[in-house]
Write a protein that binds this ligand. Structure first.
Ligand code: SF4
Length: 217
């Protein structure tokens, strides 16, 4: 079903917008659409009006045919030929986002953006929300591999991309930047080269068996 939702989104994408951005948004939206509970815009780190704007700009056919009164997940599953039993019982999930943390991450990203535009702000919000997950960032976002994530960071936040000269895991790298900015030193070792936690910060971010098709529910 995840792939079907991705396909529905991409089949109606706006050809005037960058394919790479549309693909990133479609992967993230289709991934979040599979969660049994929770507001999809909140899971993406976007306000409801921002998600509507994103749909209008990148997936206009979807935005034109959906009702804003309807759960976005229910709509996407129906549009993809499936059904989704919403478990929110009609209540919008207002669960506590770690607002301060995501705000700091968004600021870090936007401080390194290539240009000022809404798409970059949406990408920053989605990346920051993804950092609240427990797996590799690219997995929590629903991307197909680490390269997807590196590519989108390079495109929208080149200052950060080129700063990660040691190829540190992206989530670790973002938080290390925040610690460095706040002059907080959490590392036990004097340098990465002699650190016992090296593998946690720089180890491979692969996951056997994880890909878009395998991850469909
Ligand atoms: S490898 Fe060790 S010293 Fe380097 S960032 Fe990670 S925890 Fe800090």
């Amino acid at each position: 079903m995840k792939t079907a939702i991705y396909d529905i989104l991409m089949s109606g994408r706006n050809p005037d917008e960058a394919f790479s951005d549309a693909r990133f948004f479609a992967l993230c939206i289709s991934h979040r659409a599979m969660a049994p509970k929770g507001n999809i815009s909140m899971a993406l780190g976007l306000e409801i009006r921002q998600l509507s704007h994103l749909f209008s700009r990148y997936f206009p056919r979807i935005e034109a045919s959906r009702s804003t009164a309807q759960c976005t997940k229910v709509y996407l599953h129906n549009a993809a030929g499936g059904t989704f039993l919403c478990q929110c019982l009609g209540k919008e999930n207002k669960g506590s986002m770690r607002n301060e943390e995501t705000g700091d991450l968004v600021k870090l990203l936007l401080d390194h953006r290539a240009s000022v535009n809404q798409a970059t702000e949406w990408v920053a919000a989605i990346l920051a929300a993804g950092c609240l997950g427990d797996d590799h960032l690219w997995q929590d976002l629903g991307l197909t591999n680490r390269e997807d994530l590196s590519d989108i960071i390079k495109h929208h936040f080149p200052g950060l991309y080129f700063k990660n000269t040691g190829n540190m895991k992206w989530k670790k790298f973002f938080y290390k930047q925040l610690c460095d900015q706040a002059e907080v030193r959490l590392c036990q070792a004097p340098s990465c080269n002699v650190c016992n936690d090296y593998a946690q910060c720089f180890g491979p971010e692969d996951a056997s068996g994880w890909n878009l098709l395998a991850a469909q529910g």
